[in-house]
Every structure is written in structure tokens, then in C-alpha cells.
Design a protein around this ligand. Sequence first.
Ligand code: NAD
Length: 362
Amino acid sequence: MIKLCTIGAGSWVQEGHMPAIREVDGIKLIAVSDVDERRVKLFQEKYGVKGYSDYNEMLAKESPDAVLVAVPHVLHAKVASQVLEAGAHVYLEKPMATNLEDAMALAQLAKKRGKMVMIGHEHRFGQGSVIARRLLESGRLGRIYHSKAEYVRRRGIPAGPTFVTKELAKGGALFDIGSHVIDLAMFLSNFPRPVKAYGRTYMNFSERREMFSNYPKTQRSNRLEVEDTALGLVTFEDGSTMFVEASWASFTKVDRRHVAVMGDKGGVDLEGNDLSFMTTVDGEFMNSQPIQGQQFLYQDIWRKFSEAVSSNLSSAPFPGTTAQQGVLEMAVMEGIYRSAERGEEVRIDVNVRELGWVDHDA
Ligand SMILES: NC(=O)c1ccc[n+]([C@@H]2O[C@H](COP(=O)([O-])OP(=O)(O)OC[C@H]3O[C@@H](n4cnc5c(N)ncnc54)[C@H](O)[C@@H]3O)[C@@H](O)[C@H]2O)c1
């Protein structure tokens, strides 16, 4: 039985992860830690596990095999490193870190310790994404030259300080939802190395309560200190490009999570979970959809994570986002932010050799 602990007992652990973890055989949550003692107490009452306000004490006393880390973004890399040092595997919520240097150091530490850091990008486990990845691997897309990673909400600024304060979140829509579609677009393009980025960020709705996702439930005046919208055009070493659009709030007609990958033989398009595959057959332009296209199930993700932990990572290639992949994604996001700050295109320098990149990492 895999002994699991969680660092952070916030909404996502309770609503997203806990219902799934309890369904999976072979893994058991034994303890929770959170600086908010009231949350720890409520969590303990609900799930009957041990509780701590200091996660280092929990790591020392419980010696977990794996730890779920779901704390504010600025703490991700530091907390995950401490978990690795304590000898456990990590399920780390996105974004992996808030800068490239920390992401790189975390990936190197994971390698040194022989432990896994899986980043919480769930959309690649959906049926549509799995089929799209197989189409890529079979060569049916040909040479990839462009992708689109778009996640756009209409009224969807999160309310909590974990997401909207500079101090805890560092970045806004790009880190929160852009990271998910960047992961999927890069996964479906075989993880090319980013070399340049042009980015723009916007803070249009800082004081506009009606653009927050919890409106009108709370009358509390939320103040957004990070971007509500980020755009980017990224160039990769092989000459291919990726267009990124992440927005928590915008006057658009529909909410949209969209990833498209274009190759010279075919293309895949994921509108939410719905996959389309375009190609030509005997000169005819064809557009096909699989019969299966369901949403991922969190239980499946936890099952795969557990299998990787119990096999001590020998069950490669691992289907989740690895630390190495996370580093390339962080390089893209940091490049977009740097470019937006400077107002010009920037170079991205990420040494994949330092990461110990091997083919199956892509
Ligand atoms: N994968 C997804 O789709 C998805 C969805 C929602 C949230 N998330 C991620 O999950 C993480 C948590 O989000 P949330 O919505 O639960 O936020 P939240 O604010 O509800 O929870 C964060 C928790 O971390 C605790 N915390 C802060 N500092 C701590 C420390 N030093 N030690 C221990 N606990 C500490 C806070 O007290 C709080 O309970 C974020 O990284 C977020 O991006 C991912």
C-alpha cells in the first residue's frame, strides 16, 4: 500500500483529488498538513487522517511514499524539493514553479534522488488527448509546424489569494489555465525546445467584481494583482511555432479550451475533450472524430500515478507530465512573461542536456 500525504488542504485537494484518491486501491492518504489549522481539523474530521500544521514534521514522522503538493504557486518548487529530500515521490499541482531556474533545480533534484515529480495537468489523460497522441506517434500528423494552446473564459477570475495575489501566485491566467493547454500542445508536438517568445499580458479587470467566477456570491472586493489575459507566440528550435492565449475574463461569446496541432500530413484539434483528426486520403480532405472522446477520470490519473510509484518508475513511458517536460513548459511561460515586461521578443535558454533528457521524455 502506497502511503500518501498531502501538503495543502485547500479546495482543490478536497473537491478535485480526495474523491478520486479514495476510489483507488493500493494508495491511502494517511496524513494532511496545512498552515491553516482550522482546515486541518475539518479535513481530519472528514477523512479520519492525521493532521499537521508543519509539513516538515509530517514528512519526518510519517515517512510517506508519495506526497500531493497543492499549495500557493510560489511555494511549489520549494515544498516539492523538500518532499524529494525526504525520499518521497511528488504529485505537484501546476504550475511546476514560478520561474525556470527553480523548475530546473527541481527536475535535477528529482533525477538525482531517483524520484518522480508529476505535474498536475489532467487534460492529457482524456480519451481525445490519448488518441491524438497516438496519431502523432504513428506519424499520421507528419512534421509538426504549428500549434495553438487556447484557454479562454468569459467570467472566470478565481477569487482566492492563491491565484490572484502577486505574493502567492506570481503569475495569473497563464500559470493557472494557460499551463494546462501549453502542456497538451507540447505533448502533442513531441516537446520541441523553445528558443524565442513574444508575449503580451493584460490587466483589464483588476477591480471588476462582476468578472470574477464567484460573482455575485461574494460582495468582498477582490483585487487582481496578476494578469487576467496573456498572449504569446513561441518559436521552437525546429522552426515550429505555438500560439498561446490564456484568459480568465473576456467579452467573448463562449468559454473555450482548445488545442490544435498542425503537421504537414494531418492535424488534430481538441475542442474541450472533442477530438477531430484532419488529413487527406486519395486527394480528399477528410475530417474524422473518434466515437470515444470522454473526459479524463481523476481515478485513472491516480491509478497511473500509483502504478508508477509502486513499480519505482520502471513502467516508462510515464503518461503524466514529467519534471523534464515541466521545465520546457516553464521556459515557455517565463519567456512570455519576460517578453511582455520588456515589450520585445526574448530568447529562451534552456539546456535540455543538463536535464538528462532522454527520448522517452518527449
Ligand atoms: N489541476 C487543476 O485543474 C487545478 C485546479 C484547481 C487548483 N489547482 C492547483 O492546486 C493548488 C491549490 O489550489 P486551491 O484551489 O486548493 O487553493 P486554496 O487556496 O484553496 O488552497 C491552498 C492551501 O494551501 C495552504 N498553504 C499555504 N501555505 C502553506 C504551507 N506553507 N504549508 C502547508 N499549506 C499551506 C493554504 O492554507 C490553503 O489551505 C494550486 O497550485 C492550484 O493552481 C489545480
